[in-house]
Write a protein that binds this ligand. Sequence first.
Ligand code: GLN
Ligand code: ZN
Length: 764
Amino acid sequence: MTHVTLAGFPRIGLKRELKRALESFWAGAIAANELLDTARLLRTRHWQLARDAGADSVPCNDFSLYDHVLDTAVLFDVIPDRYRELHETDRLAGYFAMARGHKRNGIDLHALEMTKWFDTNYHYLVPELHSGQRFRLVGHKPLDEFREARAAGFDARPVLPGPVTFLLLSKTTDGSDRLALLDALLPAYAELLETLAAAGAPWVQLDEPCLATDLDDTARHALRHAYRVLANGQRPKLLLANYFGPLGANLGVLKNLPVDGVHADLVRGANELDALLDTLPANATLSAGVVDGRNVWRSRPDQVLPRLQRAQSRLGTGHLWLAPSCSLLHVPIDLTLETALDRGLRASLSFARQKIEELRVYADALDGSAEAEAALEAQGALLVRRAQAPGVVNEAVRRRLHELTPQAALRRSGYATRVQAQRKARPLPLLPTTTIGSFPQTPELRKARADHRAGKLDDTAYDKVIASEIEHCIRYQEQAGLDVLVHGEAERNDMVEYFGEQLEGYAFTRHGWVQSYGSRCVKPPLIYGDVAREKPITVRWSTYAQSLTRKPVKGMLTGPVTMLQWSFVRDDIPRETVCRQIALALRDEVHDLEAAGIHVIQIDEPAFREGLPLRRADWQTCLAWAVECFRISAGGVRDTTEIHSHMCYSEFNDIIEAVAAMDADVISIECSRSRMELLDAFVRFRYPNGIGPGVYDIHSPRVPAAAEITELLDKAMQVLQPEQLWVNPDCGLKTRGWKEVKPSLEAMVEAARQMRARHGVVSA
Ligand code: GLN
Ligand code: ZN
């Protein structure tokens, strides 16, 4: 029988039970054992769910209370000194201190750095290493969870990051070479393998998704070395797992590698199947990741089945496993809860549970089940029908895209001409002050929105709440002395959802939660059809805000790349086509705003960088269309209309040319946490347009002093011209309270005043 398995399962729970338990525990409302009970319950429930859906074996140790990279660090005693004492007195408190910081009884520990897990929207904690680092197997989580699974009757396979990926995901605090620690780390892994073998684990899965990235010879050598060493000892069979892309130039690492199985991503790496079959170590099992673990659409049997048949004929049934392409961590758990979705749309979707069911059907078909073959045929037919369903193809949108010329991505004049026209139309002081868009989402606002959604507050009453909040926001900004105002985004729940809800081609789930980090989850919208805008989205509230003041009010839109990146995107047309459709819808919005008297328009692209492919060689193509989409959305407006954009990260160096190519009149960027280090990029590359490097960190409740801000602005002026500089916070203020926002913005305005005075300009 063809074996069905999976590389990992979501941890958060169908109803976000883990989130609730974690947050109650942190708030002191439940005890540790209650939290751990919930965790155990979820693990068992998920194993059961996977088995009921058709999995023959299940992963274990894929569960985590916070993050699996942190778990691995703790397992091998990679605990930075600052947490050590707390960790020794209270393991759980130490663990969460590393995850999210700890402030209690005079102890103040900041958390480990958090960063994106490959190209997903999941964030992991970055282990801290140093030269001479020692590793010891001190934990037993993989063993405990293996025993737990086996006691409950499951064929379980412990899963953890492999040694090379673990080191590459870590950072060294002393700048030493991470991979130099490999030989120190391997004995700890070997000991773990030995323990698991002794406990009766037949297989262990070591995840090495670094194989999907650009590796140099040293890293490839490290991989070969690691698995040769690990193969020697007492150990279960080893499944080496790669996902998030093809192996590409790293394929050779597998040659004669002493592992017993390889998991490969045959969705993103579909073209690599034959090369892979040629390279697999002799007698190795292939875990064929044929169903997309990164997306929510049903697989296409006409593509998947022939691949599997090829693999089966080469490997024989005993050596072929079927699996999703990667851990199912990145998709919601169960589609059957989504009873409010359109039925046709629902039939084309597949969440974690449905993906395992799909795999079961493929496996049965390979084993000769006529029923399974018929089911696959039906799935194929359904997807063909789906392609013709209403809303999937919008002829007008297709025609418009077809007729789109390169001119659409052009402004009427170059920046030098535009900036003069803009300054003439809207005189602003040197170092103009502004904010990123949102103001505090107060409890009252959230309640009004919830009541409105629940039908307890009618449209008129809700609109009144929003209007009065906007007015309050405008009055405050005038009084604080800001130069370019915003309406404050009171009407928006979420910057993608708000637009998605008003665009055709988008749908929303009720329970489609995906873990972003720790207890934080997001519910990405689905883009299932051609994207079109029926009517203006933001004009009403923007013009209302502008009607209240003589100062310019910035219109505020979410950019095409971010709208794409933070959604589950249809897989029947290229991503860049979807992005262009969104860009066109936004372009119409920009034009409507301009016609309605909004002359400063910000198109946010916080996700611009994170959409980049894992391999550098693919960057140029991707950046080219991303930049073009941004420019399409901003293109065609008058020279006097000032286009802003905002990006919130600080690794700027390697994309600065692309950012310049976006040709926004002004960009605001995150900067203050790195103390303007990112300005290094501007030493090398002379950024030509207006720029607002964030001058204080909105992620922290701390109120900055004016003197700190002038210091940062001084730094910025070393590499940027004073005429280019804008003064703004790091990001939107929606997560902050007014209590912190007011003194912070006042310090910012004061800092700008002082700078102007120093540069011989008197502020208005
Ligand atoms: N305009 C948005 C805001 O201010 C931008 C948010 C973001 O960068 N993520 O909230
Ligand atoms: Zn931001």
